[in-house]
Design a binder for this molecule. Sequence first.
Ligand code: ZN
Ligand code: ZN
Length: 262
Amino acid sequence: MEICVMKGILPSLVEGFFDLIYPSNIYCICCGNIIDDSRPYSLCDVCVRTMKWTNGRTCSCCGKRLQDDYLPDLCTNCRDGGHLFAKGFACAEYGAAERDILHRFKYKDKAYLGRKLAEIMRDRILSEALELDLILPVPMHRRKEKVRGYNQAAVLAKELARLMETPYSSNLLLRSSDTEAMNQLSALERSRNVQEAFAVSSRKKDLLRGKKVLLVDDIFTTGSTADACTDALLRADASEVFVFVFAAGANLISEEDDGIRC
Ligand SMILES: [Zn+2]
Ligand SMILES: [Zn+2]
């Protein structure tokens, strides 16, 4: 009896705890300015206008935002070669505001920002009316996760799965080698190594058969990481893999970025 009561109380306690340590309805999650609690996603009006939302034309393959004067429906990357995943989606193009949000989320020990980012992602992906069986994060190597304290892709994917009431697994797709230690390699060498970096857990392989999977990450550039994950998932008989990121762009390299996400 006591356990049943506790089960009901715990989620609201956790919610309350998060609200105490992070009053997300008071500060903009991008610039940190004070806002009122009516602002959707805890973003101020300036940041909402500054962000490059993917609410116009996007690449029909990877989901990157296309410039108005660029007429083809595939971005230059996808015109040079397609992807293994069925289709990609993004909430925004990776620019200064998107970098600021993700930087605070990933490097400032603010995992709770993932809750707001997942709300944005939920509303974006619902507009696509996809039928999904499973939501998975792009896995992070154990050593790096230990240093950072959390895998930002897993925080987003788990919260998104909760909001969408869709099954989630953090240990089905595994990162089998430390691609994060390849910063000194050329882009081509990194791409080759990334291809072999992911594997599906042999104990859980059966869970993927015939499943439509949404693979979640925070950012997307060339798509090599997403393709490598997709390859592992399709080999384990997933029927279709969609890729979904918060921000996608051609060049994400900055002093804070890993320099390896592809
Ligand atoms: Zn702001
Ligand atoms: Zn594309």
